[in-house]
Design a protein around this ligand. Sequence first.
Ligand SMILES: Cc1ncc(COP(=O)(O)O)c(C=O)c1O
Length: 366
Amino acid sequence: MHRNQLDTPSLILDLDLFEKNLAAMRDHAAARGKKLRPHAKTHKCPEIARRQLAAGNCVGVCAAKLSEAEKLADAGIGEILVTSPVTAPWKIARTGELNRRIAGLQLVVDDPEQIRLLAAQGTRERPLHVLIDADPEMGRTGVSFADAPELGRFAASFPTLVLDGVQCYAGHLQHIKSYAERAAESTRLMSAGAHVFRTLASEIPSCRIYTGTGTGTAPADLGIPELTDIQVGSYCLMDSEYLAVEHGGPAYAPALRLVASVISCHRPGLATIDAGTKALYVTPGAPPRVIENGTIRTDIAYDWSFGDEHGRLTYPPGKVTFTPGDRVELVVSHCDPTVNLFDEIHAVRGGEVVGRWPISLRGCCR
Ligand SMILES: Cc1ncc(COP(=O)(O)O)c(C=O)c1O
């Protein structure tokens, strides 16, 4: 099928750009002696996770929530770090089940009671593997740098748990526009996490992993000697939020697009497309961008003011014209939650649709 025959709105993935993105991040990390642990929360698609692993230099993948990890395991992926703490007792019971199903489950912990509950799910023969989640002064999850070593020692004291390492992910830094500012702040915080890691690694032989980092801070964090692997997510798809910030390493291409159709245009300088907030996640300050032949159209603006079913395009009347049925491609504002609005991604090579990949982790926010 030709991409122009796809019903709209649909998500498409330009395979040539996607593969270039995978290779660029793999090589960027490898050149600094680091591994990748790509985050599946970005794409929620097992086929993409498999291709990331096949591209090489990976130690596994990340999942944001336990339900995402369970779906990845269903798809045959066996090395999964769950990057948010699992705390509800019924979910903790499911960590035990998942740990029996796959060999490479790892969980982050930031609380003594959570550690006690998880310890009951492991056995001496099949322990649960945990990492201390260190809070990069963000306050979202994780224990403070000061308290992290003690919590690590506590986790390591259980014979049914193995302390694998330390996670530190500074989500609040990823989209700082100035690369110099982002790099300086990330180096400060990731160095503090590295100190926690060194302390624990010197006492506990199993503590060998220091993981963290996103697409925005990766170029800086790859310079942290203790960091073993990077949890980058958005680099493989990209979005307008990331295109708007300076990059300090390779430039990743917008491989993910939303294809939409013009359904009405009666006023000069204004066209309505069939993609509103139900098809394009709203990120204030970073609207989707119209892209044509690989170039962002700076003369056409998208906004969400027509609501959930419709999107508004505005442009200089006379200079740009649209007619009903015209197709437009947009770089989405934020890839993760936009992907979560669709059941499948259409993989395209040139003009042809060459694959329909289920977004099997769609809706897995538990
Ligand atoms: C814990 C964690 N690690 C890694 C990532 C990936 O970050 P990015 O999409 O900026 O590469 C995220 C994204 O939110 C995350 O929450």
